[in-house]
Design a protein around this ligand. Structure first.
Ligand code: AGP
Length: 611
């Protein structure tokens, strides 16, 4: 769960590496470091605890010169955040940066210590540096030394390695952690993720597990770890560097909230068949026959993506009339879950790298299920292992709190449901056309909601910023939105929040309510409206401060709530796309007023590649 970056070319590498690390800081930010081939045949290293600015200060005091180097931003897994545990790790002439976890680090450490190595840090990564160094000592070149060392490793890694003896190259390798190579003109790059490389190149080579590569200024040679040559065409990535920047917003999260209409437009583009009131389903990877034969859909995900799958279950059952089961990926894996042929597993993940989701989907695939990935990061691990992939096109999401990826995941789940519903004869052409037209209008409606509610929501956040607990309630499709609103608030403002099905409140959580607790109650005009209004009144009767999210013109909701946030009237299936927007804004403004680190909240990382 760290970020790595590398550069080999004619330019001074330190600014390029720092720039790349800045764009990867969302992956971890408890320490950072660079290693550079310095003039005179030495590798020089600078490391600093804390955020990247500390490394930048260290570099201002003692600059690094050189045109080939590697960098790292860390999220601690082995060994607490400290300078000695920060990467790069050096052994003799070798320097290594690593993202992942070496599972057999304990026997390796014992073996190396018995062989006389002095190991300075508590990390698993330093062991990799020693293993490579020992191979170099025995006369191997860097590529062969890395290859031999990889043979000793169990676990997950993306590594980049320098040797003082070979100052013109970087050797990289990947297994279960992401690594992408950027192809420049007379210069080469590598990084854990695409945004780090976008200012320099759009041509990317995605490495597969079990591969390594030798990067030199004018060439890349890709092989398997076993040594066989690999031919692969690079992919051109259309994201512009500006898309990966804050574009004038105070935080990435706010920018990403306001990008949702655009993200939705991009995600729907080319997929809605408005002529026939249908969805183009070729990416779903199922034949019409397969679609009819599906016994059940199993939705696997974590965190915000899991909340999207709850809405997905409701979409699938209502629109495609197919039984749908939701599983939190970490609870599914390793269990004797009943899954197999006839099941369509939909693995939903923004990053496409979440280890729990990846492993759970693999387990399901091994038992005979078909796996469809819904992911945002092109070429990431889950899409690669899946039988088919239906990408969200939200663009890079940098804020740790997911926003635009949630709404685009909802869109893909709804499109999947419509496509299956048509194939299975579960909805009429007329209903399908209504949904397709509703989806097509969403970007404009979402824009109106964002603009129309921003100031009001900021005022409410200011008014209730000191609340210690907040309750979120919703029924039906508003339930996953209640969960998502609560998660957003917890993640970035550190305020305790609970999301509950509104009907469940009376079975326990109602005891939490008193006059200091804001209850955000979702009461759009849907089939649950009357009962939801009753729940709202129950909360109010216990003196909660009631903030209702309701459909425009709902006088009853206005009368029974303290504060009212209005959304336009839409088909009830589409309400989650709108009700989530003020909840995201509310969490954002509370966090901003509290002065927390909105884009990089404490203890969290954007991509969770540990168990
Ligand atoms: C979202 O705000 C969270 N940071 C987190 O719950 C996230 O959704 C979860 O870790 C899953 O990530 P993924 O979508 O990349 O798989």
């Amino acid at each position: 769960m760290c970020g790595i970056v590398g550069y080999v070319g004619p330019q001074a590498c330190a600014p390029i590496l720092l720039d790349g690390l800045r764009r990867l800081e969302y992956r971890g930010y408890d320490s950072a470091g660079l290693a550079v081939h310095a003039p005179g045949g030495r590798i020089e290293v600078r490391r600093a605890v804390g955020k990247l600015r500390n490394l930048e200060s260290a570099l201002r005091e003692k600059p690094l010169e050189g045109a080939v180097g590697i960098g790292h931003t860390r999220w601690a897994t082995h060994g607490r955040p400290s300078e000695v545990n920060a990467h790069p790790h050096v052994a003799g002439d070798v320097a290594v940066v690593h993202n992942g976890i070496i599972e057999n680090h304990m026997p390796l450490r014992r073996e190396l210590e018995e062989a006389g190595c002095t190991i300075a840090s508590d990390t698993d990564t330093e062991l990799v540096a020693h293993l490579v160094e020992r191979e170099v000592q025995q006369g191997k070149d860097l590529e062969a030394a890395v290859r031999a060392a990889l043979g000793r490793l169990e676990g997950a890694y993306a590594i980049a390695v320098l040797s003082a003896k070979e100052p013109e190259r970087i050797v990289v390798a990947k297994s279960a952690s992401p690594l992408v190579i950027g192809l420049g003109e007379g210069e080469m790059f590598c990084a854990s993720d695409i945004p780090a490389l976008l200012p320099y190149t759009r041509d990317m080579l995605f490495m597969e597990d079990g591969e390594m590569a030798v990067l030199e200024a004018g060439s890349v040679r890709l092989t398997t770890v076993a040594g066989a040559d690999v031919e692969r065409e690079p992919k051109r990535i259309d994201w512009s560097p500006v898309m990966a920047e804050k574009a004038g917003y105070k935080h990435f999260m706010l920018k990403e909230i306001f990008e949702q209409p655009r993200a939705m437009e991009d995600t729907l583009r080319g997929r809605l068949d408005r002529e026939h009131g249908d969805v183009h389903g070729h990416e779903i990877g199922l034949s019409e026959e397969d679609a009819k034969g599906i016994r059940r859909v199993l939705l696997l995900a974590c965190g915000t993506s899991h909340h999207a799958t709850i809405a997905g279950k409701y979409f699938l059952e209502e629109i495609a009339k197919v039984p749908a089961v939701i599983e939190i990926a970490s609870e599914f894996r390793g269990r004797e879950a009943v899954v197999g042929e006839g099941d369509l597993v939909v693995a939903v993940s923004q990053s496409g790298e979440t280890l729990d989701t990846l492993v759970a989907a693999k387990e399901a695939k091994e038992r005979g299920a078909k796996v469809l990935a819904i992911a945002n990061v092109i070429g990431s691990a889950i899409p690669r292992m899946a039988d088919a992939v239906f990408y969200t096109h939200a663009g890079p999401e940098i804020g740790v709190a997911s926003t635009k990826c949630f709404s685009t995941q909802l869109a893909n789940l709804l499109m999947l449901s419509v496509w299956l519903g048509r194939r299975r004869g579960a909805i009429t052409a007329e209903r399908s056309r209504e949904l397709v037209e509703g989806l097509a209008r969403l970007p404009t409606t979402m824009k109106d909601v964002l603009q129309g509610t921003r100031q009001l929501v900021a005022n409410l956040a200011r008014r209730y910023v000191d609340a210690r607990d907040v309750l979120y309630l919703g029924r039906g499709l508003s339930f996953p939105i209640a969960l998502e609103g609560a998660l957003k608030l917890k993640e970035i403002s550190y305020v305790h929040a609970e999301g509950y099905p509104a009907g469940e409140m009376k079975h326990g959580p109602i005891a939490l309510i008193d006059s200091s607790v804001p209850a955000i109650v979702l009461v759009p005009r849907d089939r649950h409206w009357e009962r939801s209004i009753s729940n709202l009144q129950e909360a109010k009767a216990r003196e909660a401060i009631v903030i209702a999210v309701a459909t425009e013109g709902d006088e009853e909701a206005r009368q029974v709530s303290h504060d009212l946030i209005e959304i336009p009237a839409v088909d009830e299936v589409l309400t989650p796309f709108l009700t989530v927007l003020p909840l995201q804004l509310y969490a954002y403004y509370v966090a901003d007023f509290k002065g927390t680190d909105v884009d990089q909240p404490r203890n969290l990382a954007k991509t969770v590649t540990v168990e």
